[in-house]
Design a protein around this ligand. Structure first.
Ligand code: CMP
Length: 133
C-alpha cells in the first residue's frame, strides 16, 4: 500500500556531499520524491522536531548537531515507505549499522549519523508539519 515517510540528510551528510547519493538510493529503490527542501533548522524548530527526546541526556547534543548546518528533507512515497526506509537507513549507531544500509556504508557516528527517518505514521505526521508547514 502506498505510504509516505520523511527523511532528513543531516548536516554531516550535506557537508560531506553525499546527499545526492543518499537521495539516489531511495529513487533506485522505487520511491517517488514528493517534496524536497534544503534549509537550516532553527533551535525552536529542532526542539519541536525532537520533542520526544527532550528528557533524554543527549537532547542538548542532538539539537546542537541538527542546527549546526544545512540539511535536506524529503517526503517520499511508495509501498511500505516507513518500515522500508528505516531498514535502508540502518541502526542508530552508525558504527553498528549493517553494511548495505546508509549509516552502515557512510558513517561511524551517533549524533552525526547522516540521516533521520520517521519511525511511525504518528512521527511522520508530526515531523512533516514542523518541516513543510
Ligand atoms: P535520529 O534518527 O535523528 O533520532 C534521534 C537521534 O538522537 C538519533 O538519530 C541519534 O542521532 C541521536 N541519539 C540517539 N541516542 C543518542 C545518544 N545516546 N547520544 C547521542 N545522540 C543520540
Amino acid at each position: 500500500m502506498a505510504e509516505q515517510t520523511l527523511f532528513i540528510v543531516k548536516p554531516d551528510g550535506v557537508e560531506r556531499r553525499i546527499a545526492g547519493e543518499i537521495i539516489a538510493r531511495f529513487e533506485r529503490k522505487g520511491f517517488t520524491i514528493v517534496k524536497l527542501k534544503m534549509f537550516a533548522f532553527t533551535r525552536p524548530m529542532a526542539e519541536e522536531f525532537y520533542s520526544v527526546h527532550n528528557t533524554k541526556p543527549f537532547f542538548g547534543e542532538l539539537v546542537s548537531f541538527i542546527t549546526s548546518g544545512r540539511v535536506i528533507a524529503a517526503v517520499i512515497e511508495g509501498n511500505n515507505a516507513i518500515a522500508t526506509t528505516r531498514l535502508m537507513i540502518g541502526a542508530t549507531k552508525s558504527y553498528e549499522a549493517a553494511p548495505g544500509t546508509i549509516r552502515g556504508d557512510f558513517g561511524l557516528g551517533m549524533s552525526d549519523n547522516i540521516i533521520h527517518a520517521s519511525d511511525s505514521k504518528e512521527s511522520f505526521e508530526k515531523e512533516v508539519a514542523v518541516i513543510f508547514k
